[in-house]
Design a protein around this ligand. Structure first.
Ligand code: GSH
Length: 230
């Protein structure tokens, strides 16, 4: 038995962190292929899909889009246990909530001010698999400005600071499961792991300390982290 599959990913992509967390939670052997963000055309997907993550299973079948990839991996390697639920309405509603709100909150906290945008892009250029020249280009040319503009617009439109936005999201999410340790009850389910992926994607950066100040959120985060098998 070789690998269960290959994950085409970017280190800094929050959607990739979702799939990585699931693979680590289940302890599934796999190969990670860190794509060069400057050459995204090389992805082995259908021509209309240029995004990561992409999962190539052991039969060489291509799977795209992080949440469907998670469901697929859970069903093939875990009898669908993490996605099974006796309240499908609640599960579906919150998976959608996580994908809609948490995905949008990562950019503002990482790039919301010029200072944080520069800091983040410099880290990104060290973490990703760029060529030498692209690395310099990425860190110091257009990217911080581009992301800075996008992030600023989002922050302005939302009206809250990125930190407040995250604290509100973590309030709402953890309040939903109240006395229980996880959204999934006594153990994390696929909704927990999706949310965990978004939060974890911020963990390599100094801005993560703003999330660490959220007590209930961190209690949940550390508890999910403790279930990872690598
Ligand atoms: N809905 C997709 C979103 C994936 C996505 O936007 N990935 C980004 C990196 S974080 C990407 O590859 N962007 C390249 C592009 O849009 O061309 C998922 O959940 O997998």
């Amino acid at each position: 038995m070789g690998n269960a599959g290959q994950l085409y990913m970017l280190y800094t992509c929050p959607f990739c962190w979702k799939v990585r967390g699931l693979l680590e939670h289940l302890g599934i052997d796999h190969e990670r292929i860190q794509v060069n963000p400057m050459k995204s055309k090389k992805l082995p997907s259908a021509p209309e899909w240029k995004k990561v993550p992409i999962w190539i299973d052991a039969e060489n079948k291509i799977h795209i889009d992080s949440t469907p990839i998670m469901k697929h991996i859970d069903s093939v390697h875990n009898e669908g246990k993490l996605w099974s639920s006796d309240n499908k309405e609640r599960r579906d509603k919150w998976m959608e909530w996580v994908d809609l709100h948490m995905s949008k909150a990562t950019i503002p906290i990482l790039y919301g001010s010029l200072g944080s945008a520069l800091k983040t892009t410099t880290s990104v250029s060290k973490l990703e698999n760029f060529g030498f020249f692209s690395k310099r280009l990425y860190a110091w040319a257009g990217f911080p400005i581009m992301w800075g503009i996008i992030a600023k617009k989002r922050v302005k439109k939302d009206g809250r600071t990125p930190k407040k936005l995250w604290h509100d999201l973590l309030d709402e999410f953890t309040e939903e499961f109240g006395q229980k340790e996880f959204f999934g009850g006594d153990s994390p389910d696929l909704v927990d792991l999706a949310a965990f992926g978004y939060v974890r994607s911020i963990s390599p950066y100094s801005q993560f300390s703003q999330l660490e100040e959220h007590e209930a959120g961190m209690k949940w985060y550390r508890a999910v982290e403790a279930t990872l098998r690598v």
